[in-house]
Write a protein that binds this ligand. Structure first.
Ligand SMILES: Cc1nn(C)cc1-c1nc2c(-c3cnn(Cc4ccccc4)c3)c(Cl)cnc2[nH]1
Length: 287
């Protein structure tokens, strides 16, 4: 709503705070409702001392700068932010479907059918085409950073790692390596093609239920990302295999461009088909 322009001075007084929605490394997200408009949002609360200790305040500033200026149906909106002496509050779009990986874990065999996977891949690709058109690379596309809006629409959240391309990562990678391309784990300069690699990893994970280079430990994963051939279970169709192999090319320039992913026959065919995904009906708000 126009009244929620990001230039308005917000304070906690403007909101009724509801239940906790989730926890991240630096803070917690709460359901909230803006009092005058009764508009429902998610408020991410981050502690200033933790941010300073971890020296990620530049990352937070970048997340705010980037996410508050992006406008796309598959990118979680940031409506504004405010802070008090101890905390920073990000006013974010509320995604009623919750975290994508939870929905995936609920499916039979903990993976999506081809129509659902193709729909998610098409939405993710569309959002990244938009980001790259603004010279923004996300760099941290993984199931934990994907939420579900109304109608199981995909929402990219958490731009904490996004930068303007090209870039050479200075901060140490923490958390899983599974979604990072060879050039990033080797600490080389990288560009927006790192996000294409993540689409390939996620495409595999949506259809198989786990990422292709997953291994028992960090070093084994590292080695797999750099040299292991991608292996597919027999239930993965030839069309899906063709797409994923064309995306997961170790040389960035050989990767299928995002526009060609959207136009790939498997994506076009299945993103139009109805999917029988089990939605988290218990969590859908009534009405
Ligand atoms: C959970 C959940 N269940 N249902 C039915 C809806 C949701 C929901 N969660 C969100 C969330 C949400 C919550 N946690 N997280 C993870 C997190 C937390 C703190 C820092 C970084 C990342 C995101 C958001 Cl931002 C935005 N919208 C959300 N909606």
């Amino acid at each position: 709503p126009a009244s929620q322009s990001s230039s308005k001075r917000w304070t906690l007084e403007n909101f009724d705070i509801g239940r906790g929605l989730g926890k991240g490394k630096f803070g917690q997200v709460y359901l909230a409702r803006e009092k005058s408009s009764r508009f429902v949002v998610a408020i991410k609360v981050l502690f200033k001392n933790q941010i300073k200790e971890a020296k990620v305040d530049h990352q937070l500033r970048r997340e705010i700068e980037i996410q508050s200026h992006l406008r796309h149906p598959n990118i979680l909106r940031m409506f504004g932010y405010f802070h008090d002496d101890a905390r920073v509050y990000l006013i974010l779009e509320y995604a009623p479907g919750g975290e994508l990986y939870r929905l995936m874990k609920k499916q039979p065999n903990q993976r999506f059918d081809e129509p659902m996977a193709a729909k998610l891949i098409a939405q993710l690709t569309d959002a990244l085409i938009y980001c790259h058109s603004k010279n923004v690379i996300h760099r941290d596309i993984k199931p934990e950073n994907l939420l579900l809006g109304a109608g199981n629409s995909l929402k990219i959240a958490d731009f904490g790692w996004s930068v303007h391309a090209p870039s050479s990562r200075r901060d140490t990678v923490c958390g899983t390596l599974d979604y990072l391309p060879p050039e990033m784990i080797a600490g080389q300069t990288h560009d927006e093609k790192v996000d294409i690699w993540s689409v390939g990893i996620l495409s595999y994970e949506f259809l198989v239920g786990k990422p292709p280079f997953e291994a028992k430990d960090y070093d084994a994963t590292y080695s797999n990302i750099l040299q292991a051939p991608v292996r597919f279970p027999s239930h993965v169709s030839d069309g899906a295999k063709d797409l994923i192999i064309k995306i997961l090319q170790r040389k960035p320039n050989r990767r299928l461009p995002l526009a060609d992913i959207l136009a790939h026959e498997w994506v076009v065919k299945f993103s139009k088909e109805a999917s029988n995904v089990i939605i988290n009906s218990s969590e859908q708000p009534s009405g």
